[in-house]
Design a protein around this ligand. Structure first.
Ligand code: UDP
Length: 236
């Protein structure tokens, strides 16, 4: 999958350098009716995130007297992947919904909203590898667009191992053919990690390298999140 150009510079199957993100764009405030929203494209991924709330919790068992609660629903459209995806939740989407809520929660100042709920929806319209990180990134922009008080804007990115090389932001092909995938999410201001998963085999050294590279990717994407929000508020 690599084309060797020189000893130090290898290009990946899609022409990217080892530390290069796929082309990415983020737009904030794309939906009229939701309280907050964002649309994100990275590589072949197309993701729409929306936020409703905070509003009074109507589900008693989820209500917390001292704080608000965040719920995330990650969903892949049936037409988002090569083989039609059966509509409705499955094990994978349930897991990603949970880890996305866990990744976003530490940044939210939900104590200001007792007994209330923030509902986040991450809709994957087209998938091409790395949708959990892209979904978290889009959801964080939608949460900011909804005006929810936050300590930071969470951002996600993955690094992994393909053909024995540690590379940034795996495409679907690299994810499938590669040896490992390390998706993370961070709060960029403090560097606090809010999501850390690892799939595949890595030595301790490779894991450290992948983690550092994924953090670098997060910092680059964080700037694009901020640009999207600036554009949104300067156009109002
Ligand atoms: N994928 C797919 N069908 C599915 C689930 C995933 O084709 O039912 C593809 C999709 O492109 C996704 C990629 O496989 O982005 C990698 O999926 P993974 O579970 O690793 O999660 P992701 O990398 O999207 O966070």
């Amino acid at each position: 999958m690599f084309f060797i150009i020189s000893e130090n510079e290898k290009l990946r199957g899609d022409g990217r350098a080892y530390d290069e993100l796929r082309p990415i764009k983020i737009e904030a405030g794309v939906l009229k009716r939701a309280d907050g929203s964002a649309y994100l494209e990275v590589g072949g991924n197309k993701i729409l995130a929306s936020v409703y709330g905070p509003r009074e919790s109507y589900i008693r068992r989820l209500l917390k007297p001292n704080t608000g609660v965040i719920r995330v629903r990650y969903n892949m459209a049936p037409f988002s992947v090569d083989d039609r995806k059966r509509p409705g939740p499955d094990r994978r989407s349930t897991e990603i919904s949970k880890i996305a809520a866990d990744a976003l929660r530490p940044a939210l100042m939900l104590e200001s909203f007792p007994r209330s709920m923030v509902d986040v929806s991450i809709e994957v319209i087209e998938a091409e590898g790395g949708t959990r990180c892209a979904g978290i990134t889009a959801a964080a922009v939608a949460l900011a667009d909804a005006g929810i008080p936050m300590k930071d804007i969470v951002v996600g990115c993955a690094a992994g191992k393909v053909n024995d090389e540690i590379v940034l932001d795996l495409s679907e092909k690299e994810d499938k053919e590669g040896q490992a995938d390390v998706p993370i999410a961070i709060m960029p201001r403090t560097g606090e990690i809010t999501l850390l998963q690892a799939d595949g085999n890595l030595t301790e050294e490779e894991f450290e390298e992948a983690l550092d590279l994924a953090i670098e990717g997060c910092m680059k994407i964080s700037e694009i999140q901020h640009e999207a929000l600036k554009t949104r508020y300067s156009s109002q």
